[in-house]
Ligand binder design. Structure first.
Ligand code: F6R
Length: 610
């Protein structure tokens, strides 16, 4: 999604702004721009559709330099991705960058047009620039004018403004879209994600909802939603954990796929005793709250939703707890009937997904027992606003297609299942000890699955010329098939759909012919024989089968049937293991197709707008 970087310093800041934008590239965007108050005391901007590298090239040619500036990567919501719609937007001698959506932009546009302002873009953001310009005429001070402006904005924003009238400051406002101030020595910075500023500082101050900030070279002032001057805590990072480089790998996605044994290991660390899950891993009040839980409602989006779908099988089968799972964009707008004593669980890599956050905020009004976030970012809004948290330890995920975040979410959800079952006494005898043992072995099993890299790369060739694919699974492997299909469509742009294998004959079988490969994730349980019959249905129609099956399942290659033998694993953990070859498959198909693996078209890493 969109990214913001700003700087006020004694030195030239254009290179800092561009480097900041590059560090935000992983979030997905389709145009980029920068506005600088130049050393000639003029406000100037450069904007380019496409990559930050194109903007950088244009900047080199323009020799735009200055000590105050803002920059932006835009992911189009209102208006096409083109130079005219790229940020910063100007009005008179002020420039605005904005993340989020202004919902009342049409009414404001009409009002401002009536006042004589001329719009040059199709964006919602441009209303902020003109409204602020209008307020500035009477109020004369940029910070005061911003305070008055945000009172008239409905929707979500993280925004920053500079003005040639008051070139001593950056001003910023946060409501629904994160902003962080980076503190330097005699210079200060702003960004939508601290990663953009790790190049210049390790000290950060996070703005809270409703905050307005005035950032000068040597001071930062913040006012909260009520207009009171407030201090926000300074957080200092000392590690180099944010280093974002691909190492020996060609793409971040491949690197992140290969990190799964170690991040799963890290997600388990400190959370298991000899033969039990440590319930307090979910927070000090977890044991008391879990004892009261009679139902679970899971809400998430995309890949995180698929993790929730797997968890439903575990929660009902192992812990005997009824569980519902829903995508956040539906849940948030639906009249929901809440069963008594229901734990509300959100799952999110970023913790900033707009729909998931809105669902959590709605849930607070609906009488849930408590909220739990399973999240990869400890300083995210979702974590801050939830009663309980389990942090996955996937580390920063740069590839837009989620991989290691998903498998660590699954680990977190299995820990949740066992914790709920343990506290409520609903687990069958010996189950917890067995699964704790299996979890300990999981990183090794994942390493074995990764060793199948070359086999999967070969299989990927079967897909290079295809336009459509079916993914089949049964039981908890059905959501794994859904995740496999999502990965393939996201990065290779091949149409892929997932079905529970038993549904095949109820419609999708009509699609099967020799141009439609069928990928199957075989369960190693009582459903295996049923799945084998489903596969016969495919073969009988000439469909080519790619089957990922347990090495002990007795499935072998045949005419039109490619069986990939998977390391043997406990059935409950198989969704985590079988995810690996599906990730590798989509990766190698995308490489063969020559797509932009890490930044697939039209997608953003963190979907902070509705
Ligand atoms: C797919 C993918 C998305 C995200 C979804 C939710 O590869 O990454 O489907 O899973 O946008 O994002 P988070 O987990 O950050 O809430």
């Amino acid at each position: 999604m969109c990214g913001i970087v700003g700087a006020v310093a004694e030195r030239n800041i254009t290179a800092i702004l561009v480097e900041g934008l590059k560090r935000l590239e992983y979030r997905g965007y389709d145009s980029a721009g920068v506005a600088v108050y130049t050393n000639d005391e003029k406000l100037e901007r450069l904007r380019r559709p496409g990559k930050v590298s194109e903007l950088e090239q244009a900047l080199v040619e323009s020799s735009l330099v200055g000590r105050l500036g803002i920059a932006h990567t835009r992911w189009a919501t209102h208006g096409a991705p083109c130079e005219r719609n790229a940020h910063p937007h100007f009005s008179g001698d002020l420039a605005v960058v904005h993340n989020g959506i202004i919902e009342n932009h049409e009414a404001l546009r009409a009002q401002l047009t009536g006042l004589g302002y001329v719009f040059t873009s199709d964006t919602d953001t441009e209303v902020i620039a003109h409204l602020l310009n209008h307020k500035l005429k009477d109020l004369r001070d940029l910070t005061v004018a911003l305070k008055a402006t945000v009172k008239e904005l409905h929707g979500a924003y993280g925004l920053s403004v500079i003005s040639a009238q008051q070139p001593d400051r950056l001003v910023a406002a946060r409501s629904g879209s994160p902003l962080v101030i980076g503190l330097g020595l005699g210079e200060n910075f702003l960004a939508s994600d601290q990663l953009a500023l790790r190049q210049v500082t390790d000290r950060f101050m996070y703005l809270e909802e409703g905050d307005i900030a005035e950032i000068r070279r040597d001071s930062v002032q913040i006012w909260d939603v009520t207009g009171q001057a407030v201090e926000r805590q300074t957080v200092q990072y000392s590690d180099g954990a944010e280093a974002a480089d691909k190492g020996e790998f060609r793409h971040y996605m491949l690197k992140e796929i290969h990190e799964q044994p170690s991040v799963v290991q890290r997600t388990l660390e400190g959370r298991l005793s000899q033969n039990q899950v440590l319930v307090q891993a979910f927070g000090p009040q977890a044991a008391e709250l879990f004892a009261k839980v009679r139902n679970v409602q899971i809400v998430a989006c995309g890949t995180s939703y698929h993790a929730g779908m797997v968890a439903r099988y575990w929660l009902e089968e192992l812990a005997g707890i009824p569980c519902q799972v829903e995508v956040a964009s539906e849940f948030r707008y639906r009249k929901v009937v809440v069963q008594p004593d229901t734990l509300f669980v959100t799952i999110s890599q970023s913790g900033e997904t707009a729909d998931t956050l809105a669902a959590l905020r709605n849930a607070k009004e609906l009488g849930f027992l408590a909220s739990l976030a399973i999240c990869n970012v400890g300083i995210s809004s979702l974590v801050r606003e939830s009663d309980l948290t389990l942090l996955t330890q996937a580390g920063r995920e740069i590839g837009v297609a989620s991989t290691k975040a998903f498998t660590t979410q699954l680990v977190g959800l299995l820990l949740l299942t066992l914790s709920l079952g343990q506290v409520r006494g609903t687990l069958a005898a010996g189950v917890e000890a067995t699964l704790v043992e299996e979890l300990r072995r999981l990183p090794t099993r994942l390493g074995e699955a990764l060793a199948m890299d070359a086999t999967v790369e070969k299989i990927a060739e079967l897909f290079a010329e295809k336009n459509h694919t079916l993914f089949l699974g049964r039981g908890a492997q059905f959501p794994v098939a859904m995740e496999g299909a999502l990965k393939l469509k996201e990065i290779s742009y091949i149409h892929a759909e997932a079905y529970p294998a038993g549904e095949l004959k109820h419609g999708p079988l009509a699609l099967v012919d020799n141009d439609m490969p069928v990928v199957t994730v075989a369960p190693n349980n009582e459903l295996l024989e049923k799945l084998k019959s489903n596969l016969q249905e495919v073969r009988a129609r000439g469909g080519e089968l790619i089957v990922f099956a347990d090495e002990k399942a007795g499935m072998t290659n045949g005419e039109g049937t490619h069986v990939v033998q998977m390391p043997h694993i406990h059935d409950i953990l198989s969704p985590i293991l079988y995810t690996i070859p599906l990730q590798l498959l989509s990766y190698y198909v995308a490489v063969l197709k020559g797509t932009d693996v890490d930044q697939p078209r039209n997608l953003a890493k963190s979907v902070t707008v509705e």
